[in-house]
Design a binder for this molecule. Structure first.
Ligand code: GAL
Length: 985
């Protein structure tokens, strides 16, 4: 997360950043000569000797615990025209207990790598040790709280902590490298190693070079031979000892509450700054804003999508291209879910991120916008050797336009002009002419008639000159190029603009060409033929198709129609010279004999158009034959009617629900002897508490979910007040009892992460025994953005408590979180999944538990006072094959009350709902966690923090989207059922 401190630091040190000109002597820099599969020069990477643009999207396998759904997401990324996916690995998840790695089941990375390979994507592997990512501890493990000293530097204790992990994950990465037939082409140690602290907590301008050296050495030792990259938080020249220096950028900010109007002006300086720091490596942006995170009580992801929607992609992504960015990774392209307490306190269960692919795996409009851009870049190889040579800023009627000119230094012919509003936050449309350089000399375009180039508000355009579309030399085009292909000797060029705009394309040709408008109105096309060029001007409508002689076919379409085109193979080798129009998603295309077999997803009636070689004589869609007719320009068109069968989903409100009180701890005689005794008197934590024994949960191995504390006291007599200082992370809450008497709660608010509370006691009588029980929420471990800081150790628990009236004698403090703590019980679902509530400790959230002895009550009835109840129900689903129907559990939220719900679906914690803080009300539950063909167990904890009690307003299982198609069989994730838990309490 870009924390406030990070922004402040950026301001403070960005100017003063030390920029090493070369790697400090003695650092081990892996040379590309170790392998020659992936290499680079100052412009771009090469894979197997071929210059490539690396266009990648970020996905976190740990945020999707259904292995069979990876392929769905990865095929969607591939269909954008991207060629790579970037991943973080979360250390704390896989080494929840120190020294014991869990790479099994949903934590196994192999299925992800295999799916990436199957989808045809390379992988950028980013295992940390630190990742940030708005995740618990920023990736650092909870047990780190007991490791003395600073983290993310060369502190020997920290070194000993991370080395086994990097060794373990490093070997997995090494095995899956491209050099071993796997998909991994790049590896990144650390993340944003850009801000640093001294032991005393003051800022240190210097990175820890020894730490960097140790990390690179560990990568080497694990057998990682692909190039290493860094991800500096800005172009500050940190961690340049990697092979290829990289940085990240979030240009549109995170102010989801004020979309677009809060947009900063796009920067022009990236390329120059990159050249200063890393002149000999490709300009590499390891993270570029694909959405936004959102805090508790935030605006919600639909609102973030207004900030980071298709307009943002048009303005800022094109601006990144203006900096000659030749490795670009979009963070996030699919966010996924913070299931099982995986979040840091700065976020909630959804990590939707307003990304192009939503949390429920549906495609947003932004997806289609990115697809237009990626497709263009993939067929524009000169972009890879182009650099910005000129930035012109000029006012036009009522607006300011910035034009960056890129020049292909190697080919010495092509230019790309990136045209944008200088202040995209303003809503101004502009119409103007542009001066461009071409091989035919300088030109002012558009040329024909009185036309102007229009640039609407929140838009940008890329204009090309001397652009080869296969054998066709495009002198210039003010229409944007989507793609081109040479199919049976005919060059098909797809161009687009906004509806109603006029655009021009000029083609170098010395023969007179017949312009034949075969689709659309010929009145929208004007043209001029000279002895050297044919220049055409189009008023852009839905679709115009014009043949220019026998060997050129132009499609000119408006933006929304452009979204419909798919290029299954963006490579220029033309192994698959096919363009398809139509469908919600085209996953794959391949010839089998003369049949072109297509797979993908549809919704509604789809009109396909297949632009393919004559060899294609029959077409199938997901195995079904599509009948087609020949169009007037030699392509095939056919109609496909989608079937999305009606299915019944249960009405959750009407199911039979069973419940128990899950707070036996506050009934008299409760025996907590099996609990952990809080008896430490020393904590490695920098914040030393005032309590007689340490009351920090992580010191005793509890790092997630609800934490319970029980202080046993003998009264001196006259105690009439209990005061405490407690911390749980943003939006946390707690409730306090004196024996079975409820004292009160702090109901929480979005920001506070700690609270000083004071609760009145019914005066204690001398010699009486009292147990103060505190139930607190743990909102996740903090991140640790600064190298050298220890913020992730921020305690969860009490730093102080006291009594008013008199001071009792402490007998002991007990605590519990999840059963077993770091020696957690549920290997399949991992250490973070469970919290400390009685029902969860016992395993009652699991499928197969026999709740027949429990009383019946619905969570819509709920509690009449403070406390926590645990509810269970079961239901069946029967969703047919061949469709993708993502579902969610929705909560009614018209009246806000102080209660919290944790949702367990088939034992998987898949959401934490806070009624009075929000904003999340809808919790996507993926297929595979939900059993789509059989029984499901839904369990909820309902924690009422109000004297008047709490009940759900409504709870619904909803189908979010219906498409025919999908990724095929989705195996359910392992969901071990209930078994008596020995030693549970
Ligand atoms: C970056 C960081 C990512 C993520 C992102 C915001 O600074 O590298 O891990 O936290 O900010 O979503």
């Amino acid at each position: 997360m870009v924390s406030f401190s990070k922004i402040a630091l950026f301001a403070a040190v960005a100017q003063a950043a030390v920029i090493p000109q070369e790697s400090p002597a003695g650092l081990k820099v892996r040379q590309s000569g170790d392998q020659n599969v992936i290499t680079w020069d100052k412009y771009s990477f090469y894979v197997n000797g071929e210059r490539v643009l690396i266009y990648s999207g970020e996905v976190h396998p740990f945020r999707n615990p259904v292995q069979d759904l990876h392929l769905d997401v990865l095929q969607k990324i591939k269909a954008l025209g991207f060629n790579a996916v970037s991943i973080y690995v979360h250390w704390g998840v896989v080494e929840y207990e120190r020294g014991k790695f869990n790479w099994d089941g949903v934590f196994n990375l192999q299925p992800f790598f295999d799916a990436a390979k199957a989808a045809g994507l390379w992988v950028i592997a980013r295992p940390g040790p630190y990742i940030n990512a708005e995740s618990a501890g920023g990736g650092l493990p909870g047990w780190g709280a007991r490791v003395e000293g600073q983290w993310r530097n060369s502190n020997a204790n920290y070194t000993a902590a991370w080395q086994p992990y990097i060794n373990s994950v490093g070997k997995i990465i090494a095995k899956n490298q491209i050099t071993n037939g796997g998909p991994i082409i790049i590896a990144q140690p650390e993340n944003e190693y850009s801000g640093f602290m001294n032991p005393d907590g003051t800022l240190n301008p210097q990175e820890d070079l020894e730490y960097e050296r140790l990390l690179l050495e560990a990568f080497d030792e694990a057998g990682i031979v692909v190039p290493t990259v860094s991800n500096d938080a800005w172009i500050g020249g940190h961690f340049t000892s990697v092979d290829v220096y990289g940085y990240d950028n979030y240009p549109a900010g995170f102010d989801c509450a004020n979309p677009i109007s809060s947009w900063p002006d796009p920067p022009d300086y990236f390329y120059a700054a990159h050249k200063d720091v890393a002149p000999n490596t490709p300009n590499s942006i390891l993270e570029y804003q694909g959405g936004a995170f959102d805090p508790w009580g935030g605006a919600g992801f639909e609102q973030c999508y207004k900030l980071i929607g298709p307009e943002m992609v048009r303005v800022y992504y094109k601006n990144a291209y203006a900096s000659a960015t030749h490795l670009l990774n979009i963070y996030m392209i699919f966010g996924g879910t913070n299931w099982g307490h995986l979040t840091n306190p700065g976020g909630y269960s959804s990590y939707d991120y307003a990304a192009a692919i939503a949390e429920d795996r549906t495609l947003r409009e932004k997806y289609y916008e990115i697809k237009l851009q990626a497709n263009f870049l993939m067929v524009s190889p000169a972009y890879l050797t182009s650099v910005p040579v000129d930035v012109q800023k000029f006012p036009t009627s009522g607006s300011n336009i910035t034009i960056t000119e890129l020049w292909d230094e190697v080919g010495e012919k092509q230019r790309f002009y990136i045209i944008r509003q200088s202040k995209p936050s303003e809503s101004k449309d502009s119409a103007f002419k542009v001066n461009i350089e071409t091989s035919a000399g300088p030109l002012t375009v558009p040329q024909l008639g009185n036309a102007a180039l229009t640039l609407p508000a929140h838009d940008s355009k890329i204009l090309v000159t001397d652009y080869p579309a296969g054998p066709v030399d495009v002198l210039y085009s003010t229409l944007e190029i989507l793609t081109w292909k040479v199919i049976d000797g005919k060059t098909v060029i797809l161009l687009y603009a906004n509806t109603g705009e006029s655009g021009e394309i000029s083609i170098l040709t010395n023969t007179a060409r017949k312009v034949d408008v075969r689709r659309g109105k010929s009145s929208t096309v004007t043209f001029k033929q000279t002895s050297t060029a044919l220049t055409l001007q189009f008023v852009v409508g839905h679709e115009t198709v014009a043949a220019l002689g026998d060997d050129i076919l132009l499609y000119v379409v408006d933006r929304v129609n452009a979204y419909n085109f798919w290029v299954p193979d963006v490579n220029l080798k033309d192994d698959l010279p096919v363009i398809i129009k139509g469908s919600y998603l085209l996953r794959t295309a391949k010839f089998s004999g003369n049949t072109l077999a297509l797979t993908g997803d549809t919704n509604g009636t789809t009109v396909f158009e297949v632009i393919a070689p004559k060899k294609a004589q029959a077409y199938t869609w997901n195995g079904k034959r599509i009948d087609t007719d020949l169009t007037r320009y030699g392509t095939q068109e056919g109609r496909y009617r989608t079937t999305t069968p009606r299915v019944d989903v249960p009405d959750l409100a009407r199911l039979k629900w069973k419940y128990i009180n899950t707070l036996p701890e506050v009934s008299s005689g409760y025996d907590d002897s099996s609990w952990v005794t809080a008896d430490h008197t020393y904590t490695p934590n920098k914040i030393k508490p005032l309590t007689p024994v340490i009351l920090y949960a992580s010191d005793y191995g509890f790092h997630s979910g609800n934490i319970l504390w029980r202080g046993h006291f003998t009264a001196t007599g006259g105690e009439n007040e209990f005061n405490l200082s407690i911390q749980g992370g943003n939006a946390f809450a707690y409730s306090v009892w004196d024996n079975d008497k409820y004292l009160g709660s702090f109901t929480g608010a979005p920001a506070p992460s700690a609270h000083n509370g004071s609760y009145t006691l019914a005066p204690w009588t001398k010699g009486s025994n009292h147990v103060i029980t505190i139930l607190q929420d743990h909102m996740g471990l903090e991140q640790n953005w600064f190298g050298g800081e220890e913020n992730f150790k921020s305690f969860r628990g009490l730093s102080d408590y006291s009594f008013g009236g008199a001071t009792p004698t402490l007998k002991q403090w007990k605590l519990t979180g999840n059963l077993g703590g770091e020696k957690f019980v549920d290997w399949a679902r991992g250490g973070y999944n469970e919290g400390g509530l009685f029902a969860v400790r016992k395993g009652y959230h699991l499928p197969g538990f026999d709740d027949s002895n429990w009383a019946s009550k619905s969570p819509l009835k709920g509690l009449t006072g403070p406390g926590v109840e645990f509810y269970r129900t079961t239901f069946n689903l029967n969703i047919p094959d061949g469709v993708d129907y993502p579902m969610a559990i929705d909560f009614g939220n018209s009246i806000k009350e102080s209660y919290r719900v944790e949702i367990y679906v088939n034992g998987w914690q898949f959401g934490k709902y806070i009624d009075d803080i929000g904003p999340q009300k809808s919790f996507p539950i993926p297929q595979g966690i939900l059993n789509y063909k059989g029984e499901n167990t839904l369990a909820l904890s309902l924690w009422s923090l109000e004297d008047g009690g709490a009940a759900l307003e409504s709870i619904d299982l909803v189908i979010r989207n219906k498409v025919e198609g999908g990724v095929g069989t989705v195996k359910n994730s392992p969901a071990p059922s209930y078994a008596v838990r020995p030693g549970s309490y």
